[in-house]
Design a protein around this ligand. Structure first.
Ligand SMILES: [Zn+2]
Length: 459
């Protein structure tokens, strides 16, 4: 057990980890029992719970109700100001449930077979519980023990992450920026993976792909369906989509993906993929190409290697006997950070090669700079993991999904996505699904990971 605060005037006491385990579980159960399915959200119930718990511990809190039933909550442990604040954040709302497919009551917080079940157990009330416990432990074992924090530790709980996002981090940044500004933030968005029964790696999201919506419109002559026309817009669109489906954007490694694969290659259990990861991360272009060819067969790896284009919607025609003059498809384009959408569209147009097919950007996403994976925050995460399990790798991670962290990065903060609970694919797939659950052992590991990282960076 490390003395995390040996450099402070009074050494911190080591928490009683068995008591911490029970306390974290209790907080998470209570938050799961407060139904915050969004819509309508009603996050104010969880915010009041957090408010009373932290207040009772003597911690400064700020509770806002930006709209009836919605809440934005901030708590702060004061440091000596020698460094900028670190923010730990999570969202209080959850997605809905298909009750008939659950084997337990999704809002009971039931413990069964070593798991805590409930909507929000891993997305994102588990994070809230780990963050809450971190605040309580820092207060008890550092501040009240006469120790000093070098920076404020700020706890943020948001609303409306799962739908709309109107009352989330954006609202706090717009209305109370002074409360949430800091140097570092820990948010959702990462992964802690158990592969073949072994906790293997912690992927810390430090950058993400940018999501855009593009409409493809094919035009052609209209007429009676009894007289087939070669220029038929529906067929033209079909040919265009086939070409788009064949097209592959070039493989492009960012510093994050290169390090991700290099580090992962040290621990990956499948030999062929392990070798491909090392090849990809090597400095030899021909080896890198060979590695990419192996890894791109796995869709989740392929998606971090290149810009991705998914066809997601189709429309055209008004009735069965009329050839329409127009048919459209919607594409979701996810560019690698720093890549130009216009350049991608130029390549797609060339691949389609039909001047009667038009591309229009209907929603352009905002890029954000990556967070530094050699920063004191990242290092603190690495050290916290190594203390708990020296065999696990900690890797920077480019997520293909978009998170609120991009907003923070554009605002000048170094945001990192973590999901600190070791989980196998099955447990992870229950996120937004049925029988969502967190292994009790993983909840404890995650709590210690967050506490270990935050206490180190605020040392
Ligand atoms: Zn979430």
């Amino acid at each position: 057990m490390s003395l995390a605060f040996s450099a402070t005037p009074a050494p911190a006491q080591t928490p009683d980890w068995e008591a911490v385990r029970a306390e974290t579980l209790l907080h998470l159960q209570r938050m799961i029992r407060l139904n915050t399915v969004n819509p309508p959200g009603n996050e104010i119930t969880v915010a009041r719970y957090l408010d009373s718990t932290l207040k009772a511990a003597g911690i400064e809190t700020h509770l806002f109700e930006p709209a009836p039933g919605r809440a934005a909550f901030v708590a702060r442990l004061k440091g000596n100001g020698s460094k900028q604040p670190v923010v730990v954040m999570g969202h209080m709302d959850v997605v809905g449930v298909e009750r008939e497919h659950w084997t337990v009551d999704p809002f009971a917080g039931e413990v069964k077979g070593g798991y805590l079940y409930g909507r929000g157990a891993i997305d994102d009330k588990g994070m809230l519980a780990a963050n809450l416990e971190t605040m309580l432990l820092l207060k008890r074992h550092v501040v009240d023990a006469g120790g000093t924090l070098s920076r404020d530790v700020v706890f943020v709980a948001n609303s409306d992450e799962e739908a709309g996002g109107d009352w989330g981090m954006g609202w706090l940044i717009a209305n109370h920026p002074e409360l949430v500004r800091g140097e570092f933030a820990l948010n959702e968005g990462g992964r802690t993976r158990v592969v073949q029964g072994r906790p293997l790696y912690v992927a810390v999201q430090n950058t993400e792909k940018v999501s855009h919506v593009v409409t493809v419109t094919a035009r052609g002559p209209g007429g009676h369906a009894s007289v087939p026309l070669a220029g038929n817009a529906v067929l033209r669109l079909g040919r265009a989509l086939a070409a788009i489906g064949e097209h592959r954007e070039p493989v492009q490694l960012t510093p994050t993906t290169r390090t991700f694969f290099a580090e992962l290659s040290r621990v990956w259990p499948v030999a062929a993929e392990r070798a491909a990861m090392a090849d990809l991360a090597s400095s030899s272009p021909s080896r890198a190409q060979r590695g990419a060819r192996v890894l791109e067969r796995t869709p989740v790896f392929d998606a971090v290697l290149r810009t991705g284009v998914s066809a997601v919607m189709l429309s055209g025609g008004i009735r069965h006997n009329v050839i329409p003059t127009e048919a459209t498809a919607t594409l979701n384009v996810r560019t690698l950070p720093g890549q130009s959408l216009d350049a991608v569209l130029a390549r797609l147009k060339r691949a389609v090669g039909d001047s009667l097919v038009e591309f229009e950007v209907t929603e352009r996403g905002d890029d954000a700079p990556p967070s530094d994976f050699r920063s004191p925050m990242f290092t603190a995460l690495v050290e916290a993991v190594k203390e708990l399990n020296p065999g696990m790798a900690v890797v920077p991670y480019l997520s293909t999904g978009a998170t609120d962290s991009a907003r923070l990065r554009r605002w000048g903060m170094q945001a990192y996505g973590v999901l600190p609970f070791p989980m196998n694919q099955d447990d992870e797939d229950r996120m937004h699904g049925n029988d969502e659950r967190v292994p009790l052992e993983s909840l404890h590991f995650g709590t210690r990971l967050i506490y270990g990282a935050v206490s180190r960076v605020a040392r």
